[in-house]
Design a protein around this ligand. Structure first.
Ligand code: ADP
Ligand code: MG
Length: 259
């Protein structure tokens, strides 16, 4: 038997730093030489206290912000080397699921329009949009004939977040960044969104970067965990290992805070 070949990470931070200049003089080190990867069919949870750099990390992962140091790779490609067209195409393969499905969905768009939006400008022929959108809705447990023409205000919070997840999966996403995807949902609905994310991981060649302060979720669905503290990775490893034998004081503090 051949040894398994390690797949190329969909997202790779190589010693990535991000500094901000505040008020002219003061330098804020939001990220300091952060290194880790997210592979296809993997959920990597990033946990850390407020101000640790999680949002900065998410923005850089999606291409909404640029590192001030180090190298960011999407599917092996150094982002700095991508020309305009290739960059646009690469960004389209990155998707975001935010914590607020109410704010994320345009009120005047139907569910069908919301979910098909990432297909605009893609190579996919318009005739193929309906089957693609319908199967994305089915995969999140929403009957397309019942929900396709509805508006976001006609949906429950959990249904809206399902639509947001369907939108994140249409076409051929490479990376899904889920930024606190369940923090505004009722506890009863959270588990179903978590299992959706797990299904996506298991069934698609997509990698998921899960930004969360909910360690219960990270423990339940993440394969690996990266702990950020003041811009630095203070611990990383398989989720069961990090949670059962935390080494960094910050990891212990985060775990103790929820127990
Ligand atoms: N645009 C910005 N300008 C100046 N400082 C920023 C900016 N964005 C983030 N920061 C600073 O970077 C640090 C990390 O912020 P952030 O990534 O939002 O952390 P988290 O999401 O973990 O709470 C904080 O000290 C924050 O004040
Ligand atoms: Mg944040």
């Amino acid at each position: 038997m051949n040894a398994p070949v390690a797949p190329t990470p969909v997202l790779h931070f190589e010693s990535v730093s991000r500094t901000f200049q505040q008020g002219g003089k003061q330098t804020v080190h939001a990220l300091v030489e952060v290194s880790f990867g997210v592979h296809p069919q993997e959920i990597v949870a990033v946990i850390g206290p407020s101000g640790a750099g999680k949002t900065t990390l998410a923005n850089i992962a999606l291409g909404l912000d640029r590192p001030t140091g180090g190298t960011l790779r999407w599917g092996g490609d150094d982002v700095r080397g991508l020309r305009r067209g290739a960059l646009r195409q690469a960004k389209r393969a990155n998707r975001l699921v935010t914590q607020d499905p109410f704010g994320a969905l345009h009120p005047g768009m139907t569910v069908f329009e919301v979910v098909s939006e990432p297909l605009r400008g893609s190579a996919l022929d318009r005739a193929a949009w309906a089957p693609t959108v319908n199967s994305a809705l089915e995969s999140v447990g929403l009957d397309p004939s019942a929900y396709g023409r509805r508006y976001p205000h006609q949906l429950s919070g959990g249904q809206r977040q399902r639509v947001a997840v369907a939108r994140a999966t249409v076409g051929a996403p490479r990376l899904i960044v889920a930024d606190e995807p369940t923090s505004m949902l009722d506890v009863s609905v959270r588990a179903s969104i978590n299992s959706l994310l797990r299904n996506i991981r298991d069934e698609r060649a997509v990698g998921i970067l899960l930004i969360t302060h909910d360690l219960g979720i990270a423990r339940y669905i993440a394969d690996r965990v990266v702990v950020l503290d003041r811009g630095r990775v203070v611990e990383s490893g398989p989720a069961d290992q990090v949670f059962s034998q935390p080494e960094a004081p910050m990891t212990r503090a985060l775990i103790n805070a929820v127990l």
